[in-house]
Design a protein around this ligand. Structure first.
Ligand SMILES: *Cc1c(COP(=O)(O)O)cnc(C)c1O
Length: 368
């Protein structure tokens, strides 16, 4: 029976390599691949993931914020890194660390040009992001002439890429909307290339876009969730391998009598003699209270044990009455069999939220 010592997040680099190869096989050999490693590489370990992927030939990386890009640069990543949502206060750091901003408004564009000038840059590479229907970040297409004017009046920055982000690439009920977004993006690209007299790189697809809209791969695709082993659809999940396994240990067992309760606010009351096990992880680690009170289960020696009572900050309790186990035994919260997708579904959320919410307190261990 597998033993454990503490709560760990195991990161399977071989699985990462498999997922990368699979996703690359879905695009043309000449299409560039941008690995999205924001939010600690979706809760895993951004630097370890980026190093591994850079070795495999990943062309580009994406992070959300400047500090995430700084971590990669200081760790030795040399490939281009796009910052998807940079804040003005960090523009100087962004430039000093040779990161590429995704610029989404005229105000941000002017601010960025000013900073690039101040640092004496010429042709500093920037990406322009267009809103095609997500209504989150991005220029509107009618701003193109103004953007062209701003760009042509200076030489501190150079537009090297155009991008947009799609709202529902994994949803077959929204195919018409996705097609509309892609049509809008195509129109923006044509207009921009005419106005800027250029032929820039273009990128619009996320993981589910790569799977469902490969005709729109342009010069580059951006993949996050697929690299970590989740495809948003059962038939794609079957092709991918989960990279992260969250494991812990039985810290203590209790046998409680009928009528006794477990945990804060006595949210579990036993009807029969019950054996419980206490695990050293809780809502401070990213396993929130929504998973408590019988909604979710974990796995011990391949058997399902429900989480009972309220999830505490540093501990959860599970019911192991029918499972042969001892203190010190390994417990799988999610991994390859019981997946993060299934785990997150029990609390009506998505894999993205579960894995990116895993706290930095959990020790990361690289495997393979
Ligand atoms: C997070 C993000 C992605 C990655 O999406 P996945 O569904 O994880 O592949 C791609 N593009 C942008 C702009 C993002 O913010």
């Amino acid at each position: 029976m597998a033993k454990a010592e503490e709560t760990i997040l195991e990161i399977d680099l071989k699985a990462l390599g498999h997922n990368y190869t699979y996703l690359r096989s879905k695009i043309k050999p000449e299409t560039k691949f941008m690995a999205v490693v924001k939010a600690y590489a979706y809760g895993s370990d951004a630097l370890a993931i980026a190093k591994y992927l850079e070795n495999l030939g990943t062309d580009y990386f994406a992070v959300a914020y400047v500090n995430e890009g700084v971590t990669l640069r200081e760790g030795g990543i040399t490939a281009p890194i796009v910052v998807l949502h940079p804040q003005k206060v960090h523009f100087k750091t962004l430039i000093r660390k040779n990161l590429q901003p995704s610029i989404y408004s005229k105000a941000i564009l002017s601010d960025f040009i000013a900073t690039a000038k101040e640092l004496g840059k010429t042709d500093y590479p920037i990406h322009l992001k267009f809103n095609t229907g997500l209504n989150r970040l991005g220029f509107s297409d009618h701003e193109l002439p103004d953007i062209a004017t701003i760009i042509q009046q200076q030489n501190a920055v150079k537009v090297i890429a155009l991008l947009s982000h799609l709202a529902a690439t994994e949803d077959p009920n929204e195919m018409d909307f996705t097609d509309l977004q892609l049509k809008r993006f195509d129109a923006v690209c044509k207009k921009a290339d005419t106005l800027f007299k250029s032929n820039t790189l273009k990128h619009v697809l996320n993981t589910s876009g790569i799977i469902n809209y490969p005709h729109a791969q342009y010069g580059m695709v951006r993949s996050g969730i697929g690299l970590y082993g989740y495809g948003n659809e059962a038939h794609i999940d079957a092709e991918l391998q989960p990279v992260m396994t969250l494991k812990t240990i039985i810290a203590q067992k209790h046998t409680i009598l009928p009528g006794e309760s477990v945990g804060y606010n006595r949210k579990y009351k036993s009807e029969h003699k019950t054996v419980t096990a206490t695990l050293p992880l809780g809502h401070a680690d990213g396993i929130g209270r929504q998973y408590g009170q019988g909604k979710t289960y974990v796995s011990i020696h391949g058997k399902a044990a429900p989480i009972i009572g309220n999830v505490c900050m540093d501990m959860i309790m599970i019911d192991v009455t029918d499972i042969e186990c001892e203190e010190g035994d390994e417990v799988i919260i999610f991994g390859k069999e019981l997946t993060a997708h299934e785990f997150s579904k029990t609390a009506q959320t998505i894999t993205y939220e579960l894995i990116t919410g895993l706290s930095q307190r959990i020790k990361r261990i690289l495997k393979n």
